[in-house]
Ligand binder design. Sequence first.
Ligand code: PLP
Length: 377
Amino acid sequence: MNVPLISVPQANPGAGYQALKTEIDAAVARALASGWYVLGAEGRAFEGEFAAWLGAAHAVGCGNGTDALALTLRGLGIGPGMSVATVSHTAVATVAAIEMAGAQAVLIDIDPVHYTMDPDELAAVLAHPPAGLAPIAAIIPVHLYGQACDLHPILALGARYGIPVIEDCSQAHGATLDGRKLGTFSVASCFSLYPTKNLGALGDGGIMATQDPALAEAIAALRQYGWKMHYVSEAVGVNSRLDELQAAILRVKLAHLDAQNARRVAIAGVYDAALAGGNVRAPARRANASHVFHQYVVRSPDRAALQADFRSQGIATGIHYPVPVHLQPAYIGRVAMGPAMCRETTLASQQVLSMPMFPQLADAQVEMVAGALRRLD
Ligand SMILES: *Cc1c(COP(=O)(O)O)cnc(C)c1O
């Protein structure tokens, strides 16, 4: 079989390193030479710089984005005997974090245009929770693919029921709504810093942000055995620390994040233009929001053919996500859902296709993808 070599990868964290190699190598050398490798000056500096960039009072780094969510839930007192509303069309991490905190997840369907939590179904579930469901104690909406969810009605529901909203910003570092950064609207927000994310470490990392000093302090303790003072656990914590090497690397990458997001937006503009007038639609952009294109996602009832077509032209695509959480073996049949039974989520999981998208794509590669998109219909 004559399979062409991939000349346009879908993502490329190695290119993200190469683009900033000189600066990253210097930061790594500095961290190595410091003699201090976990929770030190680099981590504190990164937390401060991230909080300032975001516009939050506090940020607390931890081992990964899943832990950031789980520790934030625990810090807010959410655990066994409670449930948390989120979506099924997300990285499984969002749901895994709810269960790590000891709570139960209830999965709300998505709006099929923006692929994010449907606030109308959330309202219905809050008004009439599924039988047997533990009281809903928090809401975790996900700003998926780099764009805001329909956040205002979700925040209003949280306020009406007196339960916290935690934004999962793992795909939306730098995106805004009404000119304000996502992750600053709710009680707390969580970001994955996994290598392929818009702000990615060269290993695992996560961070949570909040305006609440007591919550930040609680999570800083929970991430390290529940210590406030060394060797004395005030609470039952875990070990989920951001190491100094990753923090030093992330400080370099944070300084370039806005420019790299702008490059993603420019690439998305080229793809949009290539799709104009065709049958495959460009991703919908929410009004009053800026999208940072963690993924550029198109939709087709014949996704397999579309993917094969791109593959034959040397263009790699991705699927985010092929199996929604409620249909994955670990969750199927036991995870609670709203009355829509995640119908739109299931359909989307069969049709979405993510185009190549990372800031280091060369213009010639972007043009190759645009050419393939233009030839579609
Ligand atoms: C990546 C991601 C996470 C999990 O982050 P990890 O750092 O891999 O633990 C959580 N939620 C969403 C929406 C993500 O995309």
